[in-house]
Ligand binder design. Sequence first.
Ligand code: ADP
Ligand code: MG
Length: 684
Amino acid sequence: MDSSKAIGFSTDIKYLKGVGSKRAELYHKLGIDTVSALLHFYPREYEDWSRTVSIAEAPFDEKCCIKAIVGHDAAEYRIRKGMTLYKTSVTDGQSVMNITIFNNKYAAARLKTGEEFLFFGKVGGTFLRREMNSPLIAKAVSGEKIRPIYRQTEGISSTLTEKLMTQAVSCIKETMYDFLPEYIREKYELLPYGEALKKIHFPSSFEDVEKARKRLVFNELFTLQLGMIRLKGRNRQQTSCNIKKDYTDEFFSLLPFSPTGAQKRAVEDAVRDMFLSVPMSRLVQGDVGSGKTAVAAAVIYTAAKNSLQSSMMAPTEILARQHYKSLTDFFKGTDVKCGLLTGSMTKKEKDEVKAKLESGEIQVVVGTHALIQSNVKFKNLGLVITDEQHRFGVEQRSALAEKGKNPHTLVMSATPIPRTLALIIYGDLDISILDELPPGRQPVETYCVQGKLHKRVYNFIKKQLDEGRQAYAVCPLVEEGDTDLISAEEYAHKLSEGEFRDYTVGLIHGKMKPAQKDEVMEAFASGKIQLLVATTVIEVGVDVPNAAVMVIENAERFGLSQLHQLRGRIGRGKHKSTCILISDAQNPDTKERLKVMCQTCDGFKIADEDLRLRGPGDFFGSRQHGLPGLKLASTLTDTSFLAITRDAAQETWKWDPLLEKPEHSGIKKAVDALFKSAGENIFN
Ligand code: ADP
Ligand code: MG
């Protein structure tokens, strides 16, 4: 393609200068394919190169920008093979500072004697001998600006993205279409869309950044909230599933433990909802191990005693069976009967359960999405529960609900989302939070170690196994195109033939048949397997209290929230538990992520860190959560803004609920697009 051809929003980024098909591929992995998508890849932070400090006043160990003249051409020192240092000194006219550059001949050669540059980095050394190692360097004058810093991945540096962005913003014309009508922009003092896009990437002041952010966050929250208002309105019809009596105390007396205060509150919330003639629509959110299953069981019990059937859907076969077992245990000796329905059961077994459901002989069915199938019928379905709900699309939830006459719905999620954000994300649900763990739990001690310590890690595990505990070994997350990493089978083989040949080693992974998986889980739960090699299939829900050790290989490959879920499989019993993250990652961001794991077991804190480190775009990436994606809006800073956008959305909605007025056509499109990305069709 002729490179002089004008680029537009829909241009494929491979036609930008500096991008070939190889780099384009890397950007595609980040979800960026067009210029427009690139423009919506916002900086994660900024570096202020516009304000410089003198060498004497530079703070220690804090990034700053120093403008100085090069004293002499850099001298080269070959330290050892593959390591060359370049040293020079620079002056700002008053003091001198030494500069060291590692292995970068090109950067060193740029520093010509007598020329002025900006040096960005941390100042070290002593007061008399100040120094800066591997600074970022830019020409003085032209470099004195606020620079955007983008998320980096292998092969894509922030500087590269910055270069491409200068080309991308050049296609923003002043006449660019703005989907927000002028009356809204004026009322809320918002920049035009195009201007905001330009300024978020290339602000001339931090005031610019704030203004641009305000406009772009408004876009996200406003469209999200409009969609949520629409969803909420759609769900609130009358129901005849209201209950007459609360049986919670009776249920609690059946439990082998006393419920926590948080569990009591959540059950109370849900039961109160069920007395009403509008269906319950509630989210129970609780960190791993907070005891969500008992909450569900309590609500199911009261429903059953009020002659309402319940159905509980879990995302995996393993979990469905586990819940089935918990519920049957809880309800032992009562007249509440449960059934199980999963894809791997024989037709005969399934038919039997289905018949009992239709006749009302059983009051509770637990299952996988096999429950959604049209031939599953209920006598009187009054309560629908979905576990680990981010695994299900909103549509699956409603397909299940359609089997009853506006039944109550309860969704349970272990993804700890800060409350403010939960309020918008689950705008159509009421929320109960389990913010208290059952007593006696000890936080899981977590360490991050390098691969060379494998031997010691294995010895530690053996010692634990000898003491009667069990352990998980989570094998590396294999990505497409990986060649250097071994598969789960090979890894299990290596351990069972080698280090752990005197122990029983089992293997569970996603490609196994459900019945096989069950067999393995049974064997692990009953203690027959001592060391379970697993992939992330064990990530959600699995509960084996005697498992007290977990080692995670190539921990850098997992997201923080995912690590937290994995780690949640241990520390569930009375034994002190240990989690060992093995990683040789050198990337500072990655190291920081793993450090967070070692510092806290609090899911909410980890979620916040995850948000901060990866950006909310990833955290709420619709692919993972089935929820609309937010790029910029985050709980950390935008709480006050939530109220403003909610008002704006409500105002627009009152005036034009279906967004049919011509001035709202752009908004309608935006709301539509946002929710379609999460698999939800909002205007029909
Ligand atoms: P999650 O919220 O992760 O789904 P579970 O429902 O699987 O947690 O519960 C974790 C474990 O804690 C289970 O073994 C369960 O029996 C136990 N448990 C739940 N509530 C309590 C409680 N109040 N006291 C003691 N143990 C409890
Ligand atoms: Mg659970």
